[in-house]
Design a protein around this ligand. Structure first.
Ligand SMILES: Cc1ncc(COP(=O)(O)O)c(C=O)c1O
Length: 427
């Protein structure tokens, strides 16, 4: 029996010893035609649905039916303060203080709302640094912010480039900052790079930005609910995240934002404003005077979409019960197991470009065997009921998620990956 063959038993023994194993049953899995769960390793794109989410949404629907407008005050979870129910959960998952976080909008919108406050080109300091392989939405957002200030992205957008191994190195960012620090207004950087899965040293990024005198914003789309965060201590100026990936809150669910305590006593003149950012006690006086709410809540614009916020609360309940520390510990083991299987059974065919010493749940698998049709392998995997995700030209991103993926899922992924490769060798 080879190590590879023995691994199913090993995976089963890891599942049997896993204190978080029972959480898997709190999620709905897509199934194949015979009712077997898909091997779902796509939580980096869209997390699975917690069963509890249906209850939270049903509560809102029922309160709306029963109470109409009175639901703002009399609903099971009154809508007037509904967004606040996410604050403790967000704070705990991001290492923030509850007053530093708020559930609002969606990710790109929040990046814009926060850049309106924290990208303030002034004199020579006009530039924004992003990574050159940033998610397109971030690129569009910073480009448009620069243009809205009447500036030219060709002069004001600075790109931190990965090296040949596709990874980002802090020394290269440091070089940029050393050369141009008095011209840089903002660093807008990811916590986890979406393509490679590289976890960046966010504490160090914040320190570098601070030392260079620029504002720092973090896009935590791929980091939140994935790796442990310590936003209050790291002290970026702001951060934003979506909740549909590792936070399992459903497509387009309400996102989250963080603004560090040091910015929370402003008078509301350095930001975009809307009535939900007004202090609750005076919001309904309907005057023209904006009285900022306490904390990050003052960046809210509209009354929140309660139906899109309900699954966020459900998901945060699940996280609170599971605990981020234990989830992260399990995730580290799960990706270690996956890497072992890759090294053991796929040499010369598949490798991971994700650095093992800076990884979260996601490993980005590159098909290294040029004789294989990489896209074909991915298609075959889909036919074998594996849900991962494809990125051109030859990368399959897979993300075992400790809340709902078992070690046996990971083993089964490797079995089906072998079959997908074999199917494409024969073609
Ligand atoms: C890194 C990153 N930034 C921005 C976005 C855009 O998110 P949204 O459509 O919620 O604004 C995504 C979406 O996946 C993302 O991964």
């Amino acid at each position: 029996m080879t190590g590879f063959e023995a691994s199913r038993r090993f995976a089963q023994s890891l599942d049997a010893a896993d204190p978080l194993a029972a959480f898997r049953d709190q999620f709905n899995f897509p199934e194949d035609r015979s009712g077997r769960r898909n091997i779902y390793v796509c939580g980096n794109s869209l997390g699975l649905q917690p069963k509890l989410a249906a209850q939270y949404v049903a509560d809102v629907m029922s309160d709306w039916a029963r109470l109409g407008v009175e639901g703002h005050f009399k609903a099971k979870r009154p809508w007037l303060q509904y967004h606040r129910l996410a604050a403790d959960g967000f704070a705990s998952i991001t290492g923030a203080r509850p007053e530093e976080v708020v559930a609002m909008n969606t990710l790109t919108v929040n990046l814009h709302v926060l850049m309106a406050s924290f990208y303030r080109p002034d004199g020579k300091r006009k530039k924004i640094v992003i990574e050159s392989t940033a998610f397109p939405s971030d690129y569009y957002a910073v480009t448009s912010q620069i243009q809205l200030h009447g500036l030219d992205p060709a002069d004001c957008l600075v790109e931190w480039r990965p090296r040949d191994d596709e990874l980002l190195y802090n020394e290269d960012l440091k070089d940029i900052l050393d050369e141009q620090s008095d011209e840089i207004a903002l660093l807008l950087l990811p916590g986890v790079q979406y393509y490679t899965g590289q976890v960046l040293d966010m504490a160090e990024l914040c320190r570098l930005g601070k030392d260079a005198g620029c504002a720092v914003g973090l896009d935590l789309a791929h980091a939140v609910g994935n790796v442990e965060l310590n936003l209050h201590e790291w002290a970026p100026d702001f951060a934003a995240w979506c909740t549909y990936k590792y936070l399992n809150s459903g497509p387009g669910a309400v996102g989250g934002a963080f603004v560090h305590t040091r910015h929370l006593d402003g008078d509301g003149t350095n930001q975009l404003t809307g009535w939900w950012g007004n202090e609750e006690s005076t919001r309904f006086r309907m005057t023209r005077r904006f009285e900022p709410a306490a904390g990050a809540e003052r960046w809210q614009l509209s009354n929140p979409p309660i139906l899109a916020l309900a699954p966020v609360l459900a998901s945060l309940d699940v996280f609170e019960n599971a605990g981020m520390e234990g989830l992260r510990a399990k995730s580290v083991k799960q990706t270690q197991f996956l890497k072992f299987l890759l090294d053991d059974g796929f040499t010369g065919q598949i490798d991971s470009i994700t650095p093992m010493d800076a990884r979260g749940c996601q490993l980005s698998l590159v098909i290294t065997d040029s004789a294989l049709d990489a896209r074909g392998v991915f298609k075959s995997l889909e036919e074998l009921h594996v849900t991962g995700d494809w990125r051109e030209p030859n990368v399959i991103r897979v993300a075992p998620v400790p809340l709902y993926n078992s070690y046996e899922d990971i083993y089964e992924l490797s079995v089906r990956l072998k079959a997908a490769i074999a199917a494409n060798e024969q073609k």
